[in-house]
Design a protein around this ligand. Structure first.
Ligand SMILES: [Zn+2]
Length: 269
């Protein structure tokens, strides 16, 4: 194995270990993957992320067939593969159950409030999917509806998924939205958050665009444009004259169907 591959595997394991150490996943929960040439490196089912070793990792192809490794992949692998099909720009996917994010996801509350400048600047809002039964094709289907608009998503009554240009980038987005959810939770104990005004959000979007960080944004409560194609806030990534915001990839329905096919063919644990 090349030095580059070895280094990537070390980062992969570091991300898994951090997820467990930070309390983002209990027992065997959570799963991680990254692109590996034309295939994908991913976590096995049934093992604690805090204990994972190099030998435990699995390489699968785009259909979920095992290419290398002695263990079975996570039952949520079809969700990861659906994301890679929809988002050619994504190099890594992280899924876990961070308590504050999962609390909001369980209460049915998306993180769409424009409250913290660093969240508006980096992620925009964090949408909530409709509920899907774990380990079924319902989750790939539900996430396919929102992952083209955001790098961070809450899964209803389940947990959170983040994607990124590399493994640490995806991991840090998970850490960032958990921190946001924690702060929002505290603010609500103190009487409720004060939302940024449309003018304040506009300034942040301008800065975001100037910094070259403009990208996906699922919309926000401030301009009441969630999942629409046109945002009212100046500088928002959802402006039609902005070419950012396109997840690229294939037709959504065919992606969802492909995820269903993989799940039906490869059902595990
Ligand atoms: Zn899960």
């Amino acid at each position: 194995m090349s030095d580059v591959d070895n280094a990537k595997r070390r980062v992969f394991l570091e991300v898994c270990h951090r997820i467990y150490r930070k309390g983002f996943a209990a027992a065997n929960d959570g799963n991680v993957s990254c692109r590996w040439s034309d295939n994908f490196l991913t976590t096995p089912t049934g093992l604690c992320k805090g204990d994972l070793k190099n030998d435990d990792l699995i390489i699968v192809d785009s259909q979920g067939n095992i290419v290398e490794g002695k263990l079975k992949p996570s039952s949520e692998l079809p969700m990861h593969l659906a994301i890679y099909r929809l988002r050619p720009d994504v190099q890594a996917v992280v899924h876990a159950h961070p308590p504050y994010c999962t609390g909001f996801a369980t209460a049915g509350i998306p993180l769409e409030q424009c409250v913290l400048p660093e969240i508006v600047m980096t992620l925009g809002s964090v949408p909530l999917t409709r509920y899907g039964t774990p380990s079924t094709e319902e989750i790939p289907s539900a996430i396919s509806e929102v992952i083209t608009k955001s790098d961070a998503v809450l899964l209803a009554n389940h947990g959170a998924v983040t994607v990124g240009k590399d493994l640490m980038n995806a991991y840090y987005k998970l850490e960032r939205i958990e921190h946001f959810a924690h702060i929002l939770f505290i603010a609500r104990q103190l009487g409720g958050e004060v939302r940024l005004s449309p003018e304040q959000v506009s300034k942040l979007y301008e800065l975001r665009r100037e910094s070259g960080a403009a990208g996906l944004n699922a919309g926000c409560i401030t301009c009441n444009t969630l999942f629409s194609d046109e945002c009212g806030v100046q500088g928002c990534a959802l402006k039609k004259d902005d070419d950012a915001g396109s997840g690229g990839g294939d037709d959504l329905n065919s992606i969802i169907q492909a995820a269903r096919n993989i799940f039906n063919n490869k059902r595990r644990d």
